[in-house]
Write a protein that binds this ligand. Structure first.
Ligand code: 8DG
Ligand code: MN
Ligand code: MN
Length: 356
């Protein structure tokens, strides 16, 4: 055993990747505690400027519990983790991972299909009793394109398309890039924008008008529009929930090669002349713009940590809609992200520093 370990390539798996696998395993099994713990551990390692070579070096780092440490120790010693390898070779894990990689397929649907004995995409597509909803149909149709990363040049081209659409509708409207690209990432799984108009109450219409314009241009491949359910009298949510209540839409757009400097980030796409890309748009009332910008810039882990800090250190509730001071029993207004950090008694944190 020892010999085999020593002769194998060291560090086959990075502790961070191992934690991601473990987190996902628990997510598939709907066990939230360890799932979040491993996510947090992965995120702490990601934030380090150095790679861990000795367990001792991790002393003083937050969020590394006993289990994370023992997995890390095994990996540092042998280059692998028995538990992670077991998960990776597990048929159920592999199948759920494959199924949830389709747009519109969450862990519950994936589990249902797995239980029915389905193991591959062709199994699903050949099964007559399976009804795919519209989102899943698009997910399969554009699977190759939307599983491929979106480049910064493609995000910029989409920014121009959304910007043009907004300006054609209202001269004082604006579109702002958010999500991973605002944090400086070079690649993303989608492109996220906030669209606004200075006129409070006009934002719902703005979004439906943009969708109409994209349809007219013949580039709307899929659209899931959700009208606003925002209620300004409600306190910010205690729980971290990724979903917010503003008008928003989850789209698949057709991006033509000719619009992208340097071409598309796809091999077939270039010969076809276009590729499909996932785009998210959210349209808050302008007085909530700063909260939405902060919320949609992410990362999800950063948002979770910031909300936890607000609650436990400041007795304040923060979400994508508002900031509420429980001591003063009042909402704190903000027109910029700087205002929100100031209310929280924090120095401004640049988007590129929010990649937790
Ligand atoms: P990526 O696309 O490059 O993979 O990374 P990302 O840009 O950080 O992730 P994302 O999944 O696009 O989410 C961006 C932010 O948007 C993230 O912090 C969570 C946030 N978000 C909300 N509300 C909602 C919502 O209702 N749906 C989705 N999909 N994301 C939301 O705040
Ligand atoms: Mn994104
Ligand atoms: Mn998104």
């Amino acid at each position: 055993m020892e010999d085999r370990r020593r002769s194998s390539c060291p560090c086959q798996v990075l502790p961070r990747d191992a934690f991601e696998v473990l987190a996902e395993f628990y997510e598939f099994n709907e066990v939230e505690g360890p799932c979040l713990a491993f996510r947090r551990a992965a995120s702490v390692l990601k934030s380090l400027a150095w790679s861990v070579r000795r367990l001792g070096a991790t002393e003083g780092l937050p969020c590394l519990g006993e289990r994370s440490k023992s997995v890390m120790e095994e990996i540092l010693q042998s280059g692998r983790s028995f538990e992670v390898e077991k998960i990776l070779s597990d048929e159920r894990y592999q199948t759920l991972k494959l199924f949830t990689s389709v747009f519109g397929v969450g862990p519950k649907t994936a589990e249902k299909w797995y239980r029915r004995g389905l193991r591959s995409f062709s199994d699903i597509l050949a099964e007559p009793s399976i009804h795919l909803n519209r989102m899943q149909q698009s997910g399969f149709r554009h699977y190759g394109d939307i599983s491929r990363a979106v480049s910064r040049a493609e995000a910029r081209a989409l920014g121009n398309i959304i910007d043009e659409a907004v300006r054609a509708i209202t001269a004082d409207g604006a579109a702002a890039l958010t999500g991973g690209f605002r944090r400086g990432k070079e690649f993303g799984h989608d492109v996220d924008f906030i669209v606004t108009t200075p006129e409070v109450g006009r934002e719902d219409r703005l979004l439906t008008d943009i969708i109409e314009s994209l349809k007219q241009q013949g580039i709307l491949l899929y659209c899931d529009y959700q009208a606003s359910t925002f209620d300004q009298s409600k306190l910010p949510s205690h729980k971290f929930e990724a979903m917010d209540h503003f008008a928003k839409c989850f789209l698949i757009l057709r991006l033509d090669c000719s619009r992208v400097d340097g071409g598309l980030n796809s091999v077939e796409g270039d010969s076809r002349g276009w590729r499909a890309v996932r785009v998210d748009l959210v349209s808050p009332p302008v007085d909530r713009y700063a909260f939405t910008l902060l919320g949609w810039t992410g990362s999800r882990q950063f948002e979770r940590d910031l909300r936890r800090f607000a609650r436990s250190e400041r007795r304040m509730l923060l979400d994508n809609h508002a900031l509420y001071d429980k001591t003063k029993k009042e909402f704190l207004a903000a027109t910029t992200e700087e205002d929100i950090f100031a209310h929280l008694g924090l120095e401004y944190i640049e988007p590129w520093q929010r990649n937790a």
